[in-house]
Write a protein that binds this ligand. Structure first.
Ligand code: SF4
Ligand code: SF4
Length: 106
Protein backbone atom coordinates (compact mmCIF):
# COMPACT_ATOMS: atom_id res chain seq x y z
CA UNK A 1 0.00 0.00 0.00
CA UNK A 2 1.21 3.55 -0.69
CA UNK A 3 1.84 6.04 2.15
CA UNK A 4 -0.97 8.19 3.55
CA UNK A 5 -0.06 11.77 2.63
CA UNK A 6 -1.91 14.07 5.03
CA UNK A 7 -2.33 17.85 4.77
CA UNK A 8 -3.70 19.78 7.74
CA UNK A 9 -5.32 22.90 6.34
CA UNK A 10 -5.78 24.40 9.80
CA UNK A 11 -1.96 24.80 9.91
CA UNK A 12 -0.81 25.20 6.31
CA UNK A 13 0.12 28.77 5.35
CA UNK A 14 0.77 28.03 1.68
CA UNK A 15 4.46 28.98 1.85
CA UNK A 16 5.29 26.28 -0.69
CA UNK A 17 8.38 24.89 1.02
CA UNK A 18 7.13 21.29 0.79
CA UNK A 19 6.47 21.75 -2.92
CA UNK A 20 10.08 22.80 -3.51
CA UNK A 21 11.72 19.83 -1.80
CA UNK A 22 9.63 16.91 -3.08
CA UNK A 23 12.05 14.82 -5.18
CA UNK A 24 9.28 13.42 -7.40
CA UNK A 25 7.42 16.76 -7.76
CA UNK A 26 3.96 15.55 -6.85
CA UNK A 27 2.97 18.56 -4.72
CA UNK A 28 1.74 22.02 -5.71
CA UNK A 29 -0.09 25.00 -4.23
CA UNK A 30 -3.82 25.41 -4.71
CA UNK A 31 -4.80 27.94 -7.36
CA UNK A 32 -5.56 30.52 -4.66
CA UNK A 33 -2.08 29.90 -3.09
CA UNK A 34 -3.52 29.32 0.37
CA UNK A 35 -2.59 25.67 0.83
CA UNK A 36 -0.41 22.97 -0.59
CA UNK A 37 -2.00 19.95 -2.25
CA UNK A 38 -1.14 16.82 -4.12
CA UNK A 39 -1.14 17.33 -7.88
CA UNK A 40 -4.44 15.70 -8.81
CA UNK A 41 -2.92 13.49 -11.49
CA UNK A 42 -0.73 11.82 -8.88
CA UNK A 43 -3.56 11.02 -6.47
CA UNK A 44 -4.81 7.46 -6.92
CA UNK A 45 -8.42 8.57 -6.51
CA UNK A 46 -8.32 11.74 -8.59
CA UNK A 47 -12.06 12.44 -8.47
CA UNK A 48 -12.17 12.32 -4.68
CA UNK A 49 -9.17 14.59 -4.36
CA UNK A 50 -10.70 17.17 -6.66
CA UNK A 51 -13.96 17.05 -4.71
CA UNK A 52 -12.13 17.58 -1.43
CA UNK A 53 -10.10 20.49 -2.71
CA UNK A 54 -13.28 22.14 -3.94
CA UNK A 55 -14.36 22.31 -0.29
CA UNK A 56 -11.57 24.73 0.57
CA UNK A 57 -10.28 26.31 -2.61
CA UNK A 58 -11.14 29.98 -2.85
CA UNK A 59 -13.16 29.94 0.39
CA UNK A 60 -11.76 32.27 3.01
CA UNK A 61 -13.96 30.84 5.79
CA UNK A 62 -13.45 27.17 4.87
CA UNK A 63 -13.88 24.71 7.72
CA UNK A 64 -10.41 23.38 8.68
CA UNK A 65 -9.89 19.88 7.37
CA UNK A 66 -7.21 17.29 6.94
CA UNK A 67 -7.01 15.63 3.56
CA UNK A 68 -5.60 12.11 3.30
CA UNK A 69 -4.37 10.97 -0.09
CA UNK A 70 -3.17 7.67 -1.50
CA UNK A 71 -0.30 8.50 -3.88
CA UNK A 72 1.55 5.64 -5.51
CA UNK A 73 4.30 7.98 -6.70
CA UNK A 74 5.12 9.13 -3.13
CA UNK A 75 8.48 7.76 -1.94
CA UNK A 76 7.56 8.18 1.72
CA UNK A 77 10.83 10.10 2.14
CA UNK A 78 9.25 12.73 4.46
CA UNK A 79 11.31 15.53 2.91
CA UNK A 80 8.09 17.56 2.80
CA UNK A 81 7.46 16.93 6.49
CA UNK A 82 10.97 18.10 7.41
CA UNK A 83 10.63 21.22 5.24
CA UNK A 84 7.30 22.36 6.70
CA UNK A 85 7.77 24.97 9.46
CA UNK A 86 4.12 24.65 10.50
CA UNK A 87 3.88 20.90 11.09
CA UNK A 88 1.08 20.87 8.54
CA UNK A 89 2.05 17.81 6.51
CA UNK A 90 2.50 14.26 7.66
CA UNK A 91 3.34 10.98 5.98
CA UNK A 92 1.78 7.94 7.63
CA UNK A 93 2.89 4.42 6.71
CA UNK A 94 -0.04 3.05 4.74
CA UNK A 95 -3.28 4.04 3.06
CA UNK A 96 -5.51 1.84 0.90
CA UNK A 97 -4.68 2.33 -2.75
CA UNK A 98 -7.16 4.41 -4.71
CA UNK A 99 -8.71 6.11 -1.68
CA UNK A 100 -8.81 9.63 -0.30
CA UNK A 101 -10.50 10.93 2.83
CA UNK A 102 -11.35 14.11 4.67
CA UNK A 103 -11.10 14.51 8.43
CA UNK A 104 -12.43 17.51 10.34
CA UNK A 105 -9.79 19.24 12.45
CA UNK A 106 -11.05 19.47 16.00
S1 SF4 B 1 7.13 12.01 1.32
FE1 SF4 B 1 8.72 12.59 -0.20
S2 SF4 B 1 7.90 11.86 -2.16
FE2 SF4 B 1 6.17 11.87 -0.73
S3 SF4 B 1 5.13 13.87 -1.03
FE3 SF4 B 1 6.66 14.11 0.65
S4 SF4 B 1 8.57 14.86 -0.33
FE4 SF4 B 1 7.22 14.00 -1.96
S1 SF4 C 1 5.57 23.60 3.82
FE1 SF4 C 1 3.86 23.34 5.27
S2 SF4 C 1 2.91 25.38 5.48
FE2 SF4 C 1 4.20 25.39 3.62
S3 SF4 C 1 2.78 24.84 1.93
FE3 SF4 C 1 3.75 22.92 2.65
S4 SF4 C 1 2.33 22.06 4.23
FE4 SF4 C 1 1.77 24.23 3.87
Amino acid sequence: MPPDVVYDYSKCTGNGQCVQVCPVQILELTADKRWCKAIDGYVDNKEAAEAFHSQVEGKKDAVPIKIHNSMSACLGCAACVAACPEGAINILPEFPEGQSAVEQVK
